[in-house]
Write a protein that binds this ligand. Structure first.
Ligand code: ADP
Length: 274
């Protein structure tokens, strides 16, 4: 497989070109090398990220043993263990999701997806967390937005963006989720009135495990994988995700995906791809 080819990076061939010149052909085998490197980095990151919660659980178990005679303390440590193990499960799930997405750069069986419905589903999922923080989610999505893809993945992508919008905003602010057709692309926007992202960080936030403020991200239960997952989901759908943000004012994340052609419009696309 491609991973096995990681060792040979460049291959040179010499082709004669007349009597006094040769043409040196250098073929690039860096793709396989890159894949291997990405995989190795990922494994290193993952083991690092898993150490903290696993270590934490161990310490809490010890604390419970030491606090046997203090039922109140036992109760407190036990509920911390519950929170930690829930986060660990979430982290493992996201690691698995992301590694699946990284392996396949296209979708297995794309289907016609009603993006409008997917956006509403993502909002419904996010409502509990938003209500708890007294953040209102406003929806303005055009009807019948359609793309070819995977509905569950698209719901996940929008959920991740709304989850971040809520996590990095103050209570009493608003999150707006929009959807529209723009130049044959379906555009989904998630806008918050939160803390924003410094300009020099905006290029890095889509990297796995990258956090602008490590402590804040962890305190809000962030895994640092959410935006990397969004990025890969968009890429697998032939689209992308971008950010506009101003510190202290808020952020807008925009997902752009090729629209599935309208059946009544008669343009190519929908029928050709089914
Ligand atoms: P996390 O689990 O830390 O939220 P993400 O990959 O979802 O990981 O996001 C990466 C980082 O980008 C976050 O830690 C945070 O610093 C920043 N970020 C993401 N979304 C927002 C937002 N809406 N407002 C401000 N900062 C954000």
């Amino acid at each position: 497989g491609p991973l096995g080819q990681g060792r040979s990076i460049m291959q040179a061939r010499v082709a004669p070109l007349g009597s006094s010149h040769v043409l040196l052909l250098v073929e690039d085998h860096t793709q396989a090398h890159r894949v291997e490197e990405v995989r190795r980095d990922f494994v290193a990151n993952v083991s690092h990220e898993l150490k903290t919660p696993v270590g934490g659980l161990g310490l809490l178990a010890e604390a419970i043993q030491d606090a046997k005679d203090d039922p109140e303390a036992v109760e407190r440590f036990a509920s911390r263990m519950q929170v930690e193990s829930h986060r660990l499960a979430q982290l493992v799930k996201e690691i698995v999701d992301l590694s699946r997405l990284q392996v396949a750069d296209t979708l297995h069986e794309p289907r016609l997806v009603d993006v409008t419905a997917a956006v509403r589903e993502a909002i419904d999922y996010s409502r509990v967390g938003a209500d708890a923080k007294q953040i209102e989610i406003a929806e303005a999505c055009a009807p019948d937005l359609k793309v070819f893809g995977d509905e569950d993945l698209l719901v996940t992508a929008v959920r991740n963006l709304i989850g971040n919008a809520v996590a990095y905003s103050e209570p009493g602010t608003r999150v707006a989720v929009g959807g529209r057709l723009n130049d044959e692309m379906v555009e989904i926007t998630v806008t918050d009135q939160g803390q924003g992202i410094p300009a020099e960080e905006q290029g890095r936030i889509f990297e796995r495990f990258y956090r602008v403020d490590d402590a804040r991200s962890r305190a809000t239960g962030g895994t640092g994988l959410g935006l990397a997952i969004v990025k890969h989901i968009c890429a697998n759908h032939g689209g992308d995700v971008t950010v506009w943000s101003e510190e202290g004012r808020g952020s807008t994340f925009t997902i752009r995906l090729p629209a599935a052609a309208d059946r009544t419009g008669g343009s190519a696309g929908a029928d050709a791809r089914q």
